[in-house]
Every structure is written in C-alpha cells, then in structure tokens.
Design a protein around this ligand. Structure first.
Ligand SMILES: [Zn+2]
Length: 59
C-alpha cells in the first residue's frame, strides 16, 4: 500500500510526494496504513461495538 503524506499548505492528505507546489510531509507509511486498514475492516465487519459503534440496518 502506498505511503500517505500531508500537504504543508492546504493540509490535504495525499499519496503524492508533492502538493500545492511544495514537498508534503510524511504522515503514514504504507506498511502501517495496511495494518490500520485491516484492523478497521475487522472491527467494522465483526465487532463495531468494541469501539462504541452501533450499526443501523443499512450498516
Ligand atoms: Zn495542498
């Protein structure tokens, strides 16, 4: 998974190294991004109550 950067100018999150004409600051490396994605998917699919969420009939 690609790294995520944060633009120093507009504060947007991006996969691009440069944004608004300047080098963006590293925010989340690809390995951690993938691990976080898997954790969030697991929680939302199997145990949303573990983080205080309750889903309606449409998820
Ligand atoms: Zn920007």
């Amino acid at each position: 998974m690609r790294d995520i950067y944060r633009c120093r100018v507009c504060k947007a999150f991006t996969e691009d190294r440069f944004h608004c004409g300047v080098e963006a600051e590293p925010f989340l490396d690809g390995r951690r991004r993938e691990a976080l994605s898997k954790l969030m998917s697991y929680i939302l699919r199997h145990d949303p109550g573990s983080i205080g969420l309750s889903l309606d009939s449409e998820g």
